[in-house]
Design a protein around this ligand. Structure first.
Ligand code: ADP
Ligand code: MG
Ligand code: ZN
Length: 491
């Protein structure tokens, strides 16, 4: 960012809650069905049809709120947000307004600046204030199909109308595009982790909008904000914010002023473009939805949702650091996804060596999984089997190098490490008597080198170790070989 300037950014996220049925009727939320197959009088907005609240949406909304550090309101009100659009046949969206479902969140996230190559440097914690998370229904879709010249046609698909959403709004607490980027990824992961949403931007079940303004460093007053839409991935959002910050600074420095407006990100052109100005902005005339009771959360309900919550990723990362002695990077990677974290904990326990298990998973296992495009949950090598392999290496049954080959074989054949070691005759010779015999042979066969060694050429140690390993066909435990050799060479 240009010297002397500071950006101010606030984010709005819409996340589709992962329910089987819609928020105010029993229609399916399944994606990809025939247009308008999943509709009924309620979600078509026919006059006289009455909404009935789906409690599963409330439960998932509560999970999402707790995962993001928000306070649940015991009583919230649904409200009508009135506007006209073809994909909204009722003429209003049922949302929440002055009494939202949850408010006043504080969320700690990890963020980092990025270098030219986009690599993160120096992760640090930062606290984001979340203004609110409220429940609402989604609208339908206007679909345009066919070839432009010949048979172009449009229609309205109301399958998505009435799908439950959580809208999550932050205070203007971000100062850089990467902070915003790290926040959205944090939210995505948290929602997936607690099962509240698939939170997949490509599938459109997570959408975000960014509000951006700039001001001179030291100024308390916020500048005029611009709302950015059409951000189809977290990276597009980051690029759009970055572009917008520069655009606004240049505009003001050239003597112009920022106008309050909505702009769209055009990724191909790499720029934002005006969509509508504030003059065209809506006045939604919110009022309480007369067809729904206030939403009341009992203390029993809140207690139950609390009890059913899994340990959150940040908490788990911290626990991995103190309980298993992992570094920040190791712990962060192993808690990036909860099946991976579960896998790690089981492997750590069977291995008896949590740091060793972390290393094997991060380097060898994840690489093997990635080549097949699999997750930890789909690993052909069970966590307990990986733990057993780490234990065998620690006990010097095989060397670390052999361990890598054994793991590849475990992937291919599904056999356990013990079976592969047995079948391939890999077990190391850790029998001290046998090693002493080999050392004796090697020393006897190389009298000249022995003399030189004793005369001070201690660099020959490597030569002797090599000879013993060769004599054992690579099976001798190198640590023992070193010990026995040092002993004998002293004599
Ligand atoms: P609106 O009524 O235009 O939707 P809100 O006050 O509801 O505006 O804020 C919407 C979002 O914009 C919030 O995330 C908020 O933090 C953010 N925001 C508000 N003012 C600014 C500003 N001056 N610069 C950047 N973001 C802002
Ligand atoms: Mg808004
Ligand atoms: Zn319906």
């Amino acid at each position: 960012m240009k010297n002397g300037w500071e950006a101010v950014i606030g984010l709005e996220i819409h996340a589709q809650l992962n329910t089987e049925t819609k928020i105010f009727c029993g229609c399916s939320t399944r994606f990809g069905d025939e247009p308008n197959a999943n509709t009924c009088p309620v979600c078509l907005g026919l006059p006289g049809a009455l909404p009935v609240l789906n409690w599963r949406a409330v439960e998932l909304g509560a999970r999402a709120a707790l995962a993001l550090g928000l306070q649940l309101n015991e009583r919230s009100i649904f409200a009508r947000k009135n506007y006209f659009y073809p994909d909204l046949p009722k003429g209003y969206q049922i949302s929440q307004y002055d009494r939202p479902f949850s408010e006043r969140g504080t969320l700690e996230i990890m963020t980092a600046a990025r270098d030219e190559g986009g690599h993160a440097r120096d992760w640090r914690p930062m606290t984001i204030r979340i203004t609110r998370l409220h429940l609402e229904e989604d609208a339908g879709k206007n679909v345009h199909e066919g070839l432009p010249e010949t048979d172009r046609y449009s229609y309205i698909d109301l399958n998505r109308a009435g799908t439950p959403l959580a809208e999550i709004v932050t205070e203007p607490d971000f100062r850089t595009s990467w902070e915003a980027y790290d926040y959205v990824n944090h939210v995505r992961r948290a929602l997936q982790w607690v099962g509240a949403s698939e939170a997949d931007m490509e599938k459109g079940n997570l959408r975000c909008e960014a509000n951006v303004s700039v001001r001179r460093v030291g100024s308390e007053k916020f500048g005029t904000k611009v709302e950015l839409k059409n951000l189809n991935s977290v990276r597009f959002m980051q690029k759009a914010i970055e572009f917008e910050i520069e655009r606004q600074i240049n505009l003001i420095e050239a003597g112009g002023a920022v106008t309050q407006e909505t702009r769209l990100w055009d990724d191909r052109a790499g720029e934002t473009r005006v969509m509508r100005s504030k003059e065209e902005a809506h006045d939604y005339r919110y009022f309480p939805e007369p067809d729904l009771q206030p939403l009341v959360l009992t203390s029993d309900f809140i207690a139950r949702v609390h009890d059913e919550m899994p340990e959150l990723p940040e908490a788990r990362r911290k626990r991995f650091m103190y309980e298993y002695g992992l570094s920040y990077n190791d712990a962060a990677q192993l808690t990036s996804e909860h099946t991976l974290a579960d896998y790690y904990e089981r492997a750590a326990q069977t291995s008896g060596n949590p740091r060793g298990a972390a290393n094997w998973i991060r380097t060898e296992l994840l690489r093997e999984l990635e080549t097949d495009g699999r997750t930890a949950a789909e690993s052909p090598v069970a966590a307990e089997e990986l733990g057993a392999l780490v234990r065998l290496i620690d006990e010097a049954k095989i060397s670390g190098k052999q361990g890598k080959d054994v793991l590849v074989e475990m992937f291919k054949s599904g056999k356990t490490a013990a079976v592969i070691i047995e079948e391939q005759g890999l077990a190391q010779v850790s029998d001290a008597g046998e090693i002493e015999r080999l050392v004796g042979e090697v020393l006897a066969a190389n009298p000249k080198q022995l003399e030189q060694y004793r005369a001070g050429k201690t660099g020959l140690m490597g030569f002797f170790v090599g000879q013993v390993m060769k004599a054992s066909q690579g099976k001798a435990n190198p640590k023992l070989v070193n010990e026995v050799l040092s002993e004998k060479l002293k004599a």
